[in-house]
Design a protein around this ligand. Structure first.
Ligand code: ZN
Length: 272
């Protein structure tokens, strides 16, 4: 029985409470404490652990520094920049050389039916404390690695400054010149070679939803029954003015995947 664990973006910048993350998701700290307890409880049974890490530079298309309005001011965090807003000149790239990409990017998001571009508070900047894994969870992960003499598999994503990368499997808009934005076959193999894969992480409405949906779309349909979503170890981004109803979208994602075969449990009820 190969039981594996996929943890999506369990980073301090997404955690509320003592982590005081820059993009704190309400409930994320408690999610990670529960997940740490599960890792400690089931450590002898876990075959491999894959952890995705949101990994940005400050100069990134979803950070305020990338954009300016008609007066030259950057957008505040949680501004939604639509294709119409860029076409009308309400928002433009601060670096004039990137204006072509600005227009291309927001139009591509609209064409694909993805979330419109949200300007986030800078988060998970490479080399900062906010990029690190939640401390209690990290202790549990290291405990597993030490106990089993096994490596943790880290997957970084979000390093391309021109696209958001909610899904760890592929970027919101793939860059043909950057293979890191394309599909990641290692994530598919991780599931295909397992008998059971428990999934948790942040945020339910964004990186968890996008990653699991992409993986489910790429896997043979019969394999979705291998997936077990730890529903009490993941929380959504709250709704904010001008943005979609993220909590409702996160809950709908879980129902949709359950209808396709994914199991959904709370962590205390989960046994291998
Ligand atoms: Zn991000």
């Amino acid at each position: 029985m190969k039981f594996r664990l996929l943890v999506i973006d369990p980073q301090r910048d997404f955690c509320d409470g003592p982590c005081a993350g820059s993009l704190a998701v309400p409930g994320a700290h408690a999610d990670m404490v529960r997940l740490a307890a599960l890792v400690n409880r089931l450590a002898p049974d876990i075959d491999r652990i894959q952890i995705t890490l949101d990994s940005h530079q400050l100069y990134h298309v979803a950070n305020p520094v990338w954009w300016i309005d008609a007066d030259g001011n950057p957008p505040p965090p949680f501004t939604v920049i639509s294709a119409a807003g860029v076409e009308a000149g309400q928002w433009r790239a601060r670096n004039p050389e990137s204006q072509g990409h600005a227009l291309f990017y927001v139009r591509e998001l609209a064409r694909k039916g993805n979330y419109p571009l949200t300007v986030w508070p800078p988060h998970c900047l490479i080399g900062t404390p906010g990029h690190a894994v939640h401390p209690e969870l990290m202790a549990a992960l290291l405990g597993w690695a030490g106990r089993t003499a096994s490596p943790l598999s880290f997957i970084t994503k979000g390093g391309n400054p021109g696209t958001e990368h909610y899904s760890a499997f592929r970027a919101e808009v793939e860059d043909p010149g950057d293979p890191a934005t394309g599909p990641n076959p290692a994530m598919l193999r991780f599931i295909e070679e397992a008998d059971l894969v428990a999934i948790a992480g942040e945020a339910k409405s964004h990186c968890v939803r996008a990653t699991v949906t992409d993986l489910a779309d790429a896997l043979a349909p019969g394999l979705l029954r291998k997936l077990v979503f730890l529903d009490d170890c993941s929380s959504p981004v709250p709704a904010f003015p001008g943005g979609p109803d993220f909590p409702a979208i996160g809950a709908q994602f879980v129902r949709d995947l359950a209808a396709r075969g994914m199991q959904v449990v709370d962590s205390p009820d989960f046994t291998v």
